[in-house]
Design a protein around this ligand. Sequence first.
Ligand code: CU
Length: 311
Amino acid sequence: MSFISRSTAFRRALAAAGSAVVLAGALAACGSSKDSGSSMPGMDHAATPSAPASSADAGHGHDSMSGMDHAGMGNGLADARDGYRLASSAATLPAGRPAPYTFKVTSPDGKPLTAFAPDQSKLMHFYAIRSDLTGFQHLHPAMSDDGTWTADLASLEPGSWRVYASFIPGTGPGKDQDFVLSRTVIVPGDAPTTPLPAAATSTTADGYTVTVKGGELMAGMTHPLTVSISKDGKPVTDLQPYLETYAHLTAFREGDQAFAHLHPQTEVKGDRGGPDLAFQAMLPESGNWRLFLQFQTGGKLHTAALTLKVA
Ligand SMILES: [Cu+2]
């Protein structure tokens, strides 16, 4: 299972240090919109203009990979690793309307990679997030014969965005290894930022309450995490498989938008998932992480979000 190899690759010895930090804080309710579709309209928190968009320099200064495990997929902030590169000529995208983002993955030989291995049933997982960790999108782009991928992004707010390609080469020296590469893209326009909601153990989406139990999380260490889903006070037991799991968890770090995928441990058996789902959480760096939880019921995908604090 690639889940196992990934979390193993991630693991790095880290002497345990005290500072207990728990997933505590105010309830962050967001994502309660009933609208479906990939635009995640409910994911935008009430816009509160505050600090100026200070992320115009995103994409620079992220070379401090020291301390990262280069054998793993790292923090996803680089556009190249081991000769594989995320290439795109798109430096800007328009605001306020759906826009395609096109890219290629080039191999160590410089040629576009066209052979990919499926990961959770998809050849390419693509994510977009704004510098303030709003506007989350998770897409599965299509590839043309020449290796050009097109991700049909839903409407973007102005600001600095980071886009991530998560894939497994099907050939070459990186065959069967997990890669997450990313680039920044600017969406021109007035770009007020939204403060990150306080750390919380629970949130809601589409009438579902999602609770995360994990105790203290420490950077670079693998922790068990339990996600519980309820509705109207009752445990939810009709979760449907989505990408070969009952909940798809990704997280992005406040400040630099480092990326993490949390690996499901719960076996999938038909449309009867829930209410409790087990995950292995490995957040590579300390700080506040915005966790996006995607799950499906009745053919509809729900996205919930909450903030996790990692010591
Ligand atoms: Cu995906």
